[in-house]
Design a protein. Structure first.
Length: 359
């Protein structure tokens, strides 16, 4: 009897221990699942800090982010002198493409720059000069001495927009690459668009790690750059993740992936600007964006992270330029419909800017 009693107690203790181990195991599994879910949520929040904006809906995120853009806009005061609110250079313009550098430069002026320079090829200069007396045009980009001549102007410049109407002439492309290196050396904010991105695609190391650079590719340019940098085709099924990967691979360079929604990332955060535009996709809209972005990048870096609530100044500037371009597109389309051109959008900058950032 005693042996059976001892045996029963042993079995009972064994079962209790088994139940306890099972409970601990189940608890550990639940805890692990909870931790994994929390980690995923945290990763999602950190890597995809997404602000999606619609003109027909006011959201706290939209108001807050637009306020950050408003924070970087310098006030107009009688005490300021010419050039203080922005001196922007556009590197681009060749015999085939004279409109693009004009749109970029005039957009920077319309947004609020005091001076806008265009450094273009010799044959493009007279044409660009004829578009507007407001631009300072330098016919130097196809010269052997182009880099030295343009660098002399660097002390008089705040930011550089590289690529509108650049073309793919071998000497011009080489001069452009050398100018990017000079900008990096001096810490000048740069926006790279159009055939400026072709320079980066051919030699990504030229922009590697330069966090004062903002690239503005369309869907074709993005895919081309992604393949050149990561040596694999881009998966457009997950655009935010692809954007994060490319930005990180370039050393956290900020990228604006233009499209139906504009995706903006510095490799740690993704912003989505889906402010309502229109279905009209005439040429030149990207030049308006790059020109306004060049100026806003200067403003953002001058304002600093105190005014951007700790967010990377390049992200705030890029969101501001994307929102402005979309607002201009929307307003111009309401007036001109299918006949809308980028010139019509340029004419809307004043009211669009006021509506978004000054009202």
């Amino acid at each position: 009897m005693a042996d059976r009693s001892v045996s029963a107690r042993s079995v009972s203790r064994s079962r209790a221990a088994g139940w306890a181990r099972g409970a601990l195991l189940r608890g550990a599994v639940v805890a692990l699942a909870s931790f994994t879910a929390a980690l995923y949520c945290l990763r999602t929040e950190v890597l995809h800090r997404v602000f999606t904006f619609h003109s027909h809906r006011n959201s706290g995120g939209m108001d807050e982010t637009l306020q950050l853009v408003r924070n970087i806009v310098p006030p107009l005061t009688a005490e300021k002198h010419k050039g203080q609110d922005g001196r922007i250079a556009v590197i681009g313009g060749c015999s085939e493409y004279t409109g693009a550098p004009y749109f970029a430069a005039i957009a920077s002026l319309k947004v609020g720059a005091d001076l806008a320079h265009v450094f273009c090829t010799t044959d493009a200069a007279p044409v660009i000069k004829s578009y507007s007396p407001n631009l300072i045009v330098h016919p130097v980009l196809d010269k052997n001495t182009a880099v030295d001549e343009i660098v002399q102007w660097f002390p008089a410049l705040h930011a550089m927009v590289i690529g509108p109407g650049l073309g793919r002439d071998e000497m011009v492309q080489q001069n452009t690459k050398d100018l990017i290196v000079e900008c990096k050396y001096r810490g000048m904010p740069i926006v790279v668009d159009a055939d400026g991105l072709w320079v980066i695609t051919q030699e990504p190391s030229v922009i590697q790690g330069y966090t004062k650079a903002i690239l503005t590719p369309n869907v074709v340019e993005f895919a081309r750059l992604y393949t050149a940098v990561l040596d694999t085709p881009v998966d457009m099924e997950n655009e935010p993740e692809a954007l994060l990967k490319l930005s990180r691979a370039l050393g956290n360079v900020t990228i604006v992936q233009k499209g139906h929604h504009d995706l903006i990332s510095d490799g740690t955060t993704v912003l989505v600007c889906s402010l309502k535009g229109s279905g009209r996709r005439c040429g030149g809209q990207g030049d308006l964006l790059s020109g306004s972005l060049g100026l806003m990048a200067h403003w953002a870096f001058v304002a600093g992270k105190e005014k951007t609530d700790g967010i990377n100044p390049t992200l705030v500037a890029a969101f501001g330029a994307c929102a402005l371009t979309r607002q201009c597109n929307n307003q111009a389309f309401q007036k001109h419909h299918r006949s809308m051109t980028t010139s019509d959008m340029i004419a809307e900058i004043s009211t669009a800017f006021h509506k978004l950032f000054e009202s």
